[in-house]
Write a protein that binds this ligand. Structure first.
Ligand code: SER
Length: 433
C-alpha cells in the first residue's frame, strides 16, 4: 500500500464514523509561543481539551505535519525522524476509551489487515497521581489482545505540550517485528523489537505550572498514528527511508553522492525534508528560535553531505524532490519553492565556505586537548567555532563526541555572553558621538 492510499483510508475510516476532517495547522504555531514547532496533532487543539468548542464538532480527524528535534541525534537510525506526519483522531468530550481502542484495533486489523498476533499494547501502571488503567486493559482483553504490559509514567503518560496543559494516561500500540521472540521482552526492555505505531491518550488532567493536576472539564481522546512507520510496516520494510515516502529522495542523494553511507544518507534526507517544510513557512535561518533550528538542520545536512562526498550546493536540488513528491498534499511548498531554494542555497554556501577550515580548527583543538590527557573541550574553543566558522554548538558537540570529548557548555555560554557584552559596549562607543 502506497502512502497516498494510507492517508485516504485513514481519513475515510474516521469520516465514516462521523469525524470531521479539519485543516492542518502550520508547523510554526500561530498563537502559542510556548513551543517553537507543532510537535503533535493535538497541539493546535489544546484549547478544545480545556472546553473551548471546536467549530467542526466533537469528533475530528487530520494528518498533521509535526517537527520534533529532541531526538535529532538519533536520526540516521532505522526509526527516528525530525519531520513526520501524524494521523490523528480526536474525541472532544465525546467517545471515551472503549470506542477509541475498538476503532484503532479495527483500523489496524480489518482496514489495514495487520495480523493481531503481531500487536502488543502498553497501559499506564498507575502512581500517586492517577490510577492503574485497568479500564483500557479490559477493553484490549475483550478484543482478544493477550500481550498487555503495564508501564510507568515515563512510558505511558502523554503531555502536556510545554510546561502545563492537558495530559493523561495513554495506551500505546506496538508492532512486534519478531513474532517468534521470547515472551518476556517488552517495548521498555527491547525497543528495537517493538515498533510503536499508535498512541491513544486519554486526556483527563490539566497539569499546572507547579506540577499539580486539576481535572479537565471533559474527558477527551487524542490519538496519534505515525504515518511513516505504518507505511514501512505495510510495505514490508524496516525503515521509513525504504518506503515510497523517501525512496525518490534517497535515490536523488545517491545520484549526487560519491561515497555510500546509509546513516549519512538518512540524515541528509530527513534534514532536507524538515528544512523544506520549515522554510515553506517563511522562517529564515538565524541564531534564535525556529531560525536556529533550521540553521542547525541545514548545517548538519551539509556536514553529512560531506561524508557522502557531495560537492557544491546540493540541498535545493534535493528539496525540489521533496516538493515534487509532497506538493500535491501541501501546495504551499510549491508556491514557496523558489524562495526555499534561494534560502537553502544561501545558507548552504555560507557554511560550505567555512566548514573545512572549521573542521581543521576543531581537530587541531581536539588533538591539543587529548595531548594534555583532557576530556573536556574548552567552551571558548567551541565559541570560536560558532563565531568564526558557523558551527552550531550542538554540531561541535557531535564532532567532539566522535573524538571522545565533551564540550564545556557553561564555558561556551560564558564566552557567548562576554562576546555580547563586548559587542554592546562597542556599539555604544560607535554611536557615542
Ligand atoms: N499526542 C499524542 C502523541 O503525540 C497522541 O497524538 O503521541
Amino acid at each position: 500500500m502506497q502512502s497516498h492510499e494510507l492517508r485516504q483510508r485513514y481519513l475515510r475510516f474516521f469520516q465514516e464514523r462521523n469525524h470531521a476532517a479539519i485543516a492542518v495547522a502550520p508547523l510554526v504555531p500561530e498563537h502559542d509561543s510556548s513551543v517553537l514547532f507543532t510537535t503533535a496533532g493535538m497541539h493546535p487543539l489544546v484549547p478544545c481539551f480545556r472546553g473551548v468548542p471546536h467549530l467542526a464538532g466533537r469528533r475530528l480527524v487530520d494528518i498533521q505535519p509535526c517537527l520534533r528535534t529532541n531526538d535529532i541525534l538519533e536520526v540516521g537510525d532505522a526509526q527516528h525522524l525530525t519531520f513526520f506526519e501524524m494521523c490523528g483522531n480526536w474525541s472532544l468530550g465525546d467517545y471515551w476509551k472503549e470506542q477509541s481502542i475498538q476503532w484503532s484495533y479495527a483500523f489496524l486489523t480489518e482496514e489495514l489487515g495487520i495480523d493481531p498476533q503481531r500487536l502488543l499494547v502498553t497501559c499506564f501502571a498507575g502512581d500517586q497521581h492517577a490510577p492503574r488503567d485497568e479500564e483500557a486493559a479490559t477493553v484490549w482483553r475483550a478484543l482478544g489482545i493477550q500481550r498487555i504490559v503495564f508501564l510507568p509514567r515515563e512510558d505511558n503518560w502523554w503531555g502536556p505540550v510545554g510546561t502545563n496543559g492537558p495530559c493523561g494516561p495513554d495506551t500505546e500500540i506496538f508492532y512486534d517485528r519478531e513474532p517468534n521472540g521470547t515472551a518476556d521482552q517488552t517495548p521498555a526492555t527491547h525497543p528495537q523489537r517493538f515498533c510503536e505505531i499508535w498512541n491513544n491518550v486519554f486526556m483527563q488532567y490539566d497539569q499546572q505550572e507547579d506540577g499539580t493536576y486539576l481535572p479537565l472539564v471533559q474527558q477527551s481522546v487524542d490519538t496519534g498514528l505515525g504515518l511513516e512507520r505504518v507505511v514501512a510496516l505495510l510495505q514490508g520494510v524496516e525503515t521509513p527511508y525504504e518506503t515510497d515516502l523517501f525512496l525518490p529522495l534517497i535515490a536523488a542523494i545517491r545520484s549526487i553522492a560519491t561515497q555510500s553511507n546509509s546513516f549519512a544518507e538518512r540524515v541528509v534526507a530527513d534534514h532536507v525534508r524538515a528544512a523544506t517544510f520549515i522554510l515553506a513557512e517563511g522562517v529564515r535561518p538565524g541564531n534564535v528560535a525556529q531560525g536556529y533550528v533550521v540553521r542547525r538542520l541545514i548545517r548538519r545536512a551539509v556536514r553529512y553531505g560531506r561524508e557522502l562526498g557531495m560537492q557544491g550546493a546540493f540541498l535545493a536540488k534535493l528539496s525540489a524532490v521533496v516538493i515534487e513528491q509532497m506538493g500535491a498534499i501541501y501546495p504551499h511548498l510549491v508556491s514557496m519553492q523558489q524562495r526555499i531554494a534561494m534560502v537553502l542555497e544561501d545558507e548552504e554556501l555560507r557554511f560550505q565556505r567555512t566548514i573545512a577550515r572549521g573542521e581543521k580548527f576543531f581537530h587541531q583543538t581536539a588533538d591539543r586537548t587529548l595531548a594534555h590527557a583532557e576530556s573536556i573541550l574548552a567552551g571558548s574553543e567551541a565559541f570560536h567555532l560558532y563565531e568564526t566558522y558557523g558551527f552550531p554548538l550542538e554540531l561541535t558537540e557531535e564532532y567532539a563526541e566522535q573524538r571522545g570529548l565533551v564540550v564545556d557548555r557553561i564555558g561556551f555560554q560564558n564566552a557567548f555572553e562576554a562576546h555580547q557584552l563586548r559587542s554592546r559596549e562597542g556599539a555604544k562607543q560607535r554611536f557615542a558621538n
